[in-house]
Design a protein around this ligand. Structure first.
Ligand code: DLL
Length: 417
């Protein structure tokens, strides 16, 4: 692996130097000629690429090849400013289909399965990314895209879907809708879920697995690197295996940019060594996780990344304490009275940050008795305080009152901004 990565890195660096002025400048700044790169061990001395660099070179400034060689363009719509554009040659699309095919196989999905793809089709990489990987393993594909929950349920039952691919928050919503529409368990043939595109906790996994009676697997990826299929969970559920023959991971301290040793939490950085149209050198993902290189019980030796804690941009600093929405989720999803839907609201009142958490209570625990509800609220209050180290205002809300999301959920409202 080391030998192969080193060889590919050298080829990739030369390609960047010869074709992309942005990278040529960066190499020159540190006095590197592409011929100097002989080993992957030199990666740590090379410059980073950030999302802003992609925006500054909008739309095609980081492409190493003319538009006539580009087979497809995807883009992610940032909340502000220009979208982030990514391009693929035919060879890149082949790599993408290959890593998604590997991902699906890793979860035990095979040619006999019928995969309902409820990720969005379009510039977002979820739909088409899963699509070509699913076709590659010979499965039957239902390209339903996101939304229209009634139709999702109809297709799922009538077409005997055995695999559901969507965001975990939408999976939770579909699971509830199966129940609320009175669909009988015997009409649902689902056995596996392929969920990703947003952070989710193991506690939410348990809730979804109970709701839909499936095994849920985590798929990770980002459009800049390729899309879904950068890493995938195996049946051991102890981190996602990264397809490091294509995507080389590093973990850095996001403040000092120093490389961190395996096992330490920091920002995940990827270098793509095989992609042609838009290779990336040390791309800062902003995702926080850690790496483990020990051989997995499944037998794979591919390096693993722990479930993402969240994005450094999602971290909330409340009265000086760092908080990730995933910490709140893990407390709430451990409780039997809650649904998988919640909302975090941050405000500044009299110069003090306040945290309010809206917790949706499920049908069976929703009660007219103030004593019962207050008991639940108090328990959540204590658990949140011991997890976060600060107190939050806990507001219980009735079943089905929190907005459902079809794509990536927006669970935090920060009114300080
Ligand atoms: O979300 C690609 C994707 C589609 C992955 C379908 C998995 C399934 P972007 O829209 O560019 O691409 O967003 C990438 O989403 O940097 C993470 O912050 C987050 N993300 C993606 N997968 C996971 C995951 C797609 N499994 C950004 N767990 C990434 C946690 C995830 N966060």
């Amino acid at each position: 692996m080391h030998k192969m990565q080193s060889k590919e890195l050298a080829v990739m660096a030369k390609r960047m130097y010869d074709n992309v002025p942005f990278y040529r400048e960066k190499f020159k700044e540190i006095g590197f000629e592409p011929g100097d790169i002989k080993s992957i061990d030199q990666l740590k001395d090379l410059p980073f690429t950030t999302k802003n660099d992609l925006r500054d070179n909008y739309p095609f400034g980081l492409f190493t090849t003319p538009q006539s060689n580009i087979a497809r363009i995807h883009a992610s719509s940032g909340t502000t400013g220009k979208p982030t554009v990514v391009g693929y040659t035919h060879a890149d699309l082949e790599i993408w289909a290959e890593v998604v095919a590997r991902s699906l196989s890793m979860a035990g999905i095979h040619s006999g399965d019928t995969i309902q793809i409820a990720y969005g089709y379009g510039p977002f990489t979820g739909g088409l990314g899963l699509h070509y990987g699913a076709e590659k393993i010979g499965a039957t594909v239902i390209p339903i895209s996101v939304g229209n929950t009634k139709k999702q349920l109809q297709f799922m039952t009538d077409f005997n879907a055995t695999v559901l691919a969507c965001t975990p928050s939408y999976a939770a919503h579909l699971g509830e809708s199966i129940r609320s529409n009175g669909i009988s368990e015997k009409d649902i043939k689902l056995r596996i879920g392929v969920f990703g595109a947003e952070p989710w906790t193991n506690e939410l996994r348990c809730q979804i697995e109970q709701l839909i009676k499936i095994k849920a697997y985590d798929i990770y990826g980002l459009s800049e690197v390729i899309g879904p299929g950068v890493s995938m969970e195996c049946p051991c559920h102890c981190g996602n295996h990264i397809f490091e023959d294509h995507f080389i991971p590093e973990i850095i301290n996001p403040e000092t940019l120093e490389l961190l040793p395996d096992g330490e939490i920091g920002e995940l950085v990827f270098t793509t060594v095989s992609k042609v149209a838009m290779p990336l050198l040390r791309y800062r993902t902003r995702d926080l996780t850690r790496l483990c290189r020990e051989k997995c019980d499944c037998g794979r030796t591919l390096v693993r990344m722990e479930k993402c804690l969240g994005r450094s941009d999602d971290m909330l600093i409340i009265r000086g304490v760092n908080i990730f929405p995933s910490q709140v989720e893990s407390v709430l999803m451990e409780m039997s009275e809650t649904t998988p839907h919640y909302q975090i609201i941050v405000r500044r009142e009299n110069n003090l940050d306040t945290l309010e958490i809206l917790v949706e209570i499920d049908e069976k625990s929703w009660s007219d008795s103030i004593r019962e509800l207050e008991g639940i609220r108090r328990r959540i209050d204590q658990n949140i305080k011991s997890m976060l180290g600060i107190s939050a205002k806990i507001r219980l809300v009735e079943p089905n009152s929190i907005e459902r999301w079809e794509g990536k959920a927006k669970r935090v409202i920060d009114q300080r901004k």
